[in-house]
Design a protein around this ligand. Sequence first.
Ligand code: GLY
Length: 366
Amino acid sequence: MNSSSDVLVIGGGAMGLATAIELACQGAQVTVLSRNFQEAALHAAAGMLAPQAEGLEPGPMLDLCLRSRDLYADWTNQLTELTELETGYWPCGIVAPTYADSPARLAQDAEWCDRTTIHQYQPDLGPEVVGGWWFPDDAQVNNQQLAQVLLQAAEHLGVTLREGVTVTALDTKEHRIQHLQTTAGPWQAKTYILATGAWSQELLPIPVIPRKGQLCAVQAQTKPLHKVLFGPGVYIVPRQNGRIVVGATSEDVGFAAYNTPAGMQSLLAAAIRLYPPLADHPLEDCWWGFRPATPDEWPILGHSPYENLILATGHYRNGILLAPITARLISTLVVTGQADPVLQDFSWQRFAPSSPSPARLALAPS
Ligand code: GLY
């Protein structure tokens, strides 16, 4: 039996690593078990930090996302201090052009731009763009760089990273996890954190399903864009080095691990309609990933039906954005046993309100 840690984190994506780092900073001995670091949704994203451009309704989810966005500058600075590596955090703001004539919604801390203004703000937008929002506080991070920084920071802090280990089952007794069954033998700890994203249902019957996103990137010689463009059905995210990431499809096709011609066609058509110069840059890369989607598209955070298992999963489109606040809330819960009141809104029990019993948790996933 492997049993060297206070905390075993299942899943080596943004949530698992960020939480492991926070716990290690607070003195906990932490092990992360990851079947494949490259598979995490972290790699599939474009790194937008876009609670406002995503158009989240006012309420607990928007509040959580705004809180996390506010943490980003300090969080990434601390990671850089630890590792001497840059995350590519860039508070560049997001322009959300539309093809509709008037603002479809009211947005706080945002500016509505008419046709003339938006084309001045962002030259070379498509001729069909008739207006749009400017969200100056939304931002981006380079998710590929962030993935490396999180791994390095975790190593630097003494977190044990076990890559290539798949957790196959939770062995339970009387509402507690006794140990984990894994492809590297059984593992035991005081506390377990489930951060397995789109794969969460393999271990627990919570309603988290994969929603595939296909993305691609072109490489510009100069830096033609200085803000993220978030248009209808597509976003275009310029990096500081001229690379431009285009995302993303949203497909309920299970774990279909490949790019498709139809997916790339729809993505590129939407991108070129929004920003025609994109058509002429060399296409550099295309890839896909699986967002962990819940029925209400909010994450599942905090206590589980098992006393010593904490949940940090189901972040859907906002995992990278929510990494710092998730790490803070979950590590505080683990270390102090005190649940921040905000966690109530993100409890697994919203999907099983009639019974907290593990036996009743097997609600049909949507
Ligand atoms: N965060 C945007 C996406 O998941 O496509």
